[in-house]
Design a protein around this ligand. Structure first.
Ligand SMILES: [Fe+2]
Length: 251
Protein backbone atom coordinates (compact mmCIF):
# COMPACT_ATOMS: atom_id res chain seq x y z
CA UNK A 1 0.00 0.00 0.00
CA UNK A 2 1.37 3.40 -0.97
CA UNK A 3 2.30 5.49 2.01
CA UNK A 4 0.70 8.89 2.59
CA UNK A 5 2.49 11.95 1.19
CA UNK A 6 2.03 15.74 1.27
CA UNK A 7 -0.39 17.22 2.17
CA UNK A 8 -0.52 15.09 5.30
CA UNK A 9 -3.95 14.65 6.85
CA UNK A 10 -4.82 14.43 10.52
CA UNK A 11 -5.91 10.82 11.09
CA UNK A 12 -9.00 10.13 13.16
CA UNK A 13 -8.62 8.14 16.35
CA UNK A 14 -9.33 4.43 15.71
CA UNK A 15 -11.75 4.47 18.70
CA UNK A 16 -14.01 7.00 20.38
CA UNK A 17 -12.37 9.87 22.25
CA UNK A 18 -13.72 8.55 25.55
CA UNK A 19 -12.99 4.87 24.83
CA UNK A 20 -9.69 4.65 26.72
CA UNK A 21 -11.13 5.94 30.00
CA UNK A 22 -10.48 5.47 32.85
CA UNK A 23 -6.86 4.81 31.81
CA UNK A 24 -6.70 7.92 29.60
CA UNK A 25 -9.52 10.40 29.96
CA UNK A 26 -11.56 11.86 27.12
CA UNK A 27 -10.34 15.34 28.08
CA UNK A 28 -6.71 14.27 27.71
CA UNK A 29 -7.39 12.52 24.39
CA UNK A 30 -9.32 15.45 22.98
CA UNK A 31 -6.61 17.97 23.80
CA UNK A 32 -3.81 15.62 22.75
CA UNK A 33 -5.29 14.50 19.44
CA UNK A 34 -7.41 17.41 18.25
CA UNK A 35 -5.12 20.21 19.36
CA UNK A 36 -1.54 19.05 19.74
CA UNK A 37 -1.32 16.36 17.05
CA UNK A 38 -3.24 18.56 14.61
CA UNK A 39 -0.73 21.34 15.26
CA UNK A 40 2.13 19.09 14.14
CA UNK A 41 0.27 18.14 10.96
CA UNK A 42 -0.44 21.78 10.10
CA UNK A 43 3.12 22.92 10.78
CA UNK A 44 4.61 20.03 8.77
CA UNK A 45 2.44 20.89 5.78
CA UNK A 46 3.34 24.55 6.19
CA UNK A 47 7.05 23.76 6.16
CA UNK A 48 6.75 21.62 3.02
CA UNK A 49 4.34 23.84 1.10
CA UNK A 50 6.95 25.65 -0.98
CA UNK A 51 9.07 22.56 -1.67
CA UNK A 52 7.23 20.54 -4.37
CA UNK A 53 10.26 18.27 -4.84
CA UNK A 54 9.47 16.81 -1.41
CA UNK A 55 5.75 16.34 -1.98
CA UNK A 56 6.11 12.77 -3.23
CA UNK A 57 7.97 11.57 -0.14
CA UNK A 58 6.31 9.66 2.67
CA UNK A 59 6.74 10.68 6.27
CA UNK A 60 9.14 7.78 6.84
CA UNK A 61 11.24 8.85 3.86
CA UNK A 62 11.38 12.45 5.09
CA UNK A 63 12.50 11.33 8.54
CA UNK A 64 14.84 8.57 7.42
CA UNK A 65 17.22 10.87 5.56
CA UNK A 66 16.97 14.29 7.30
CA UNK A 67 20.42 15.14 5.97
CA UNK A 68 18.88 15.36 2.48
CA UNK A 69 16.29 17.97 3.48
CA UNK A 70 16.88 21.62 2.53
CA UNK A 71 18.59 23.31 5.42
CA UNK A 72 15.97 26.07 5.57
CA UNK A 73 13.21 23.62 6.59
CA UNK A 74 15.21 20.72 8.04
CA UNK A 75 14.52 21.51 11.68
CA UNK A 76 10.83 22.23 11.06
CA UNK A 77 10.33 19.00 9.12
CA UNK A 78 12.23 16.88 11.62
CA UNK A 79 10.40 18.32 14.64
CA UNK A 80 6.92 18.47 13.16
CA UNK A 81 7.26 15.38 10.99
CA UNK A 82 8.44 13.52 14.08
CA UNK A 83 5.45 14.92 15.95
CA UNK A 84 3.11 13.56 13.29
CA UNK A 85 4.81 10.16 13.00
CA UNK A 86 5.12 9.62 16.73
CA UNK A 87 1.55 10.61 17.52
CA UNK A 88 0.09 8.50 14.73
CA UNK A 89 1.90 5.42 16.00
CA UNK A 90 0.99 6.19 19.61
CA UNK A 91 -2.73 6.68 19.01
CA UNK A 92 -2.88 3.72 16.65
CA UNK A 93 -1.20 1.39 19.14
CA UNK A 94 -3.95 1.62 21.74
CA UNK A 95 -7.42 0.16 22.09
CA UNK A 96 -10.05 0.10 24.84
CA UNK A 97 -8.91 -2.09 27.70
CA UNK A 98 -9.57 -5.77 27.13
CA UNK A 99 -8.80 -8.19 29.96
CA UNK A 100 -8.37 -11.09 27.55
CA UNK A 101 -5.69 -9.55 25.38
CA UNK A 102 -2.02 -10.50 25.53
CA UNK A 103 0.63 -10.79 22.86
CA UNK A 104 0.45 -14.16 21.16
CA UNK A 105 2.14 -16.32 18.56
CA UNK A 106 5.30 -15.14 16.84
CA UNK A 107 5.36 -11.81 18.68
CA UNK A 108 5.13 -13.49 22.05
CA UNK A 109 7.92 -15.89 21.08
CA UNK A 110 10.09 -12.97 19.96
CA UNK A 111 9.45 -11.07 23.21
CA UNK A 112 10.56 -14.09 25.22
CA UNK A 113 13.57 -14.59 22.94
CA UNK A 114 14.75 -10.96 23.22
CA UNK A 115 13.68 -9.95 26.73
CA UNK A 116 13.47 -13.22 28.69
CA UNK A 117 9.81 -13.04 29.66
CA UNK A 118 6.72 -10.94 29.27
CA UNK A 119 7.17 -9.57 32.74
CA UNK A 120 10.79 -8.57 32.05
CA UNK A 121 9.70 -6.88 28.83
CA UNK A 122 6.95 -4.99 30.59
CA UNK A 123 9.29 -3.74 33.30
CA UNK A 124 12.01 -2.73 30.85
CA UNK A 125 9.79 -0.67 28.56
CA UNK A 126 8.15 1.02 31.53
CA UNK A 127 11.49 1.77 33.21
CA UNK A 128 12.91 3.12 29.94
CA UNK A 129 9.93 5.38 29.30
CA UNK A 130 9.77 6.51 32.91
CA UNK A 131 13.48 7.31 32.87
CA UNK A 132 13.33 9.50 29.76
CA UNK A 133 14.41 12.91 31.05
CA UNK A 134 11.75 15.54 30.31
CA UNK A 135 9.71 15.09 27.12
CA UNK A 136 10.03 12.17 24.73
CA UNK A 137 8.93 8.64 23.94
CA UNK A 138 9.59 5.05 24.92
CA UNK A 139 9.89 2.60 22.02
CA UNK A 140 9.83 -1.02 20.99
CA UNK A 141 11.67 -1.37 17.66
CA UNK A 142 12.99 -4.08 15.40
CA UNK A 143 16.73 -3.73 14.84
CA UNK A 144 18.29 -4.46 11.46
CA UNK A 145 19.91 -7.49 13.13
CA UNK A 146 16.45 -9.04 13.52
CA UNK A 147 16.08 -8.59 17.28
CA UNK A 148 13.77 -6.27 19.12
CA UNK A 149 15.14 -3.42 21.21
CA UNK A 150 13.69 -0.99 23.74
CA UNK A 151 14.85 2.60 23.73
CA UNK A 152 13.84 6.18 24.53
CA UNK A 153 14.04 9.32 22.41
CA UNK A 154 13.83 12.98 23.41
CA UNK A 155 11.35 15.59 22.23
CA UNK A 156 9.78 14.48 18.91
CA UNK A 157 12.84 12.56 17.73
CA UNK A 158 12.24 9.21 16.06
CA UNK A 159 14.61 6.24 16.36
CA UNK A 160 17.20 6.07 13.58
CA UNK A 161 14.96 4.80 10.78
CA UNK A 162 17.95 3.65 8.76
CA UNK A 163 18.47 0.95 11.36
CA UNK A 164 15.26 0.51 13.35
CA UNK A 165 11.66 -0.16 12.41
CA UNK A 166 9.29 1.17 15.11
CA UNK A 167 6.71 -1.30 16.40
CA UNK A 168 5.21 0.48 19.41
CA UNK A 169 5.70 3.74 21.28
CA UNK A 170 4.44 5.59 24.31
CA UNK A 171 4.28 9.37 24.60
CA UNK A 172 5.80 10.63 27.85
CA UNK A 173 5.40 14.32 27.21
CA UNK A 174 3.48 15.76 30.16
CA UNK A 175 0.62 16.71 27.85
CA UNK A 176 -0.07 12.96 27.45
CA UNK A 177 -0.87 12.48 31.14
CA UNK A 178 -0.58 15.60 33.31
CA UNK A 179 -4.28 16.54 33.25
CA UNK A 180 -5.10 13.18 34.78
CA UNK A 181 -1.99 11.96 36.55
CA UNK A 182 -0.10 15.21 37.29
CA UNK A 183 3.55 14.21 37.76
CA UNK A 184 2.85 10.48 38.31
CA UNK A 185 4.32 9.27 35.03
CA UNK A 186 4.64 5.71 36.29
CA UNK A 187 0.90 5.50 37.01
CA UNK A 188 0.20 6.67 33.47
CA UNK A 189 2.61 4.05 32.09
CA UNK A 190 0.93 1.30 34.09
CA UNK A 191 -2.42 2.39 32.66
CA UNK A 192 -1.05 2.71 29.10
CA UNK A 193 0.31 -0.81 29.21
CA UNK A 194 -3.24 -2.13 29.62
CA UNK A 195 -4.31 -0.39 26.43
CA UNK A 196 -1.73 -1.77 24.01
CA UNK A 197 -3.26 -3.19 20.84
CA UNK A 198 -1.07 -6.30 20.57
CA UNK A 199 -2.75 -7.47 17.39
CA UNK A 200 -1.48 -4.37 15.60
CA UNK A 201 1.96 -4.64 17.15
CA UNK A 202 2.13 -8.27 15.99
CA UNK A 203 1.23 -7.25 12.40
CA UNK A 204 3.95 -4.58 12.47
CA UNK A 205 6.47 -7.08 13.82
CA UNK A 206 5.76 -9.64 11.12
CA UNK A 207 5.96 -7.01 8.35
CA UNK A 208 9.14 -5.50 9.79
CA UNK A 209 10.77 -8.91 10.25
CA UNK A 210 10.03 -9.81 6.62
CA UNK A 211 11.49 -6.47 5.47
CA UNK A 212 14.67 -6.93 7.51
CA UNK A 213 15.02 -10.53 6.37
CA UNK A 214 14.66 -9.57 2.71
CA UNK A 215 17.35 -6.88 3.02
CA UNK A 216 19.73 -9.27 4.74
CA UNK A 217 19.22 -11.90 2.07
CA UNK A 218 19.90 -9.30 -0.63
CA UNK A 219 23.13 -8.40 1.16
CA UNK A 220 24.06 -12.08 1.42
CA UNK A 221 24.11 -11.99 5.22
CA UNK A 222 23.34 -14.87 7.56
CA UNK A 223 20.06 -16.01 8.99
CA UNK A 224 18.09 -13.85 11.38
CA UNK A 225 17.56 -15.04 14.94
CA UNK A 226 14.63 -17.39 14.97
CA UNK A 227 11.93 -17.77 17.54
CA UNK A 228 11.41 -20.85 19.63
CA UNK A 229 9.88 -23.91 18.13
CA UNK A 230 6.48 -24.75 19.43
CA UNK A 231 3.96 -22.44 20.99
CA UNK A 232 4.99 -19.93 23.59
CA UNK A 233 2.51 -19.35 26.37
CA UNK A 234 1.90 -16.64 28.89
CA UNK A 235 3.03 -18.29 32.08
CA UNK A 236 2.56 -15.27 34.30
CA UNK A 237 -0.26 -12.82 34.22
CA UNK A 238 0.80 -9.38 33.04
CA UNK A 239 -0.73 -7.98 36.18
CA UNK A 240 -0.35 -9.05 39.75
CA UNK A 241 -3.56 -9.83 41.57
CA UNK A 242 -3.31 -6.50 43.37
CA UNK A 243 -2.83 -4.63 40.11
CA UNK A 244 -5.83 -6.33 38.52
CA UNK A 245 -7.95 -5.25 41.46
CA UNK A 246 -6.59 -1.72 41.32
CA UNK A 247 -7.19 -1.33 37.61
CA UNK A 248 -10.77 -0.29 37.93
CA UNK A 249 -9.79 2.48 40.30
CA UNK A 250 -7.25 4.12 38.02
CA UNK A 251 -8.05 7.87 38.14
FE1 LIG B 1 1.99 13.97 22.50
Amino acid sequence: MKEETYPFVMRCLPYETYALAPCISAETQLYHHDRLYKGYVDRLNGALANYPALHGLSLRELLKWPENLPEAIRTAVVRNGGGVYNHQLYFDSMQPFCMEQDPKGVLLEAIIRDFGSLRDFRELIKETAEGQFASGYGWLVLDADGTMKIMATANQDVPDLKRYIPLLNVDVWEHAYYLQYQNRRVDYLNAWFRLINWRKVACRYEEAYAEVEEKRLLRGEGDLPTVFEGEASVEDSWLSEAEETEFFFVP
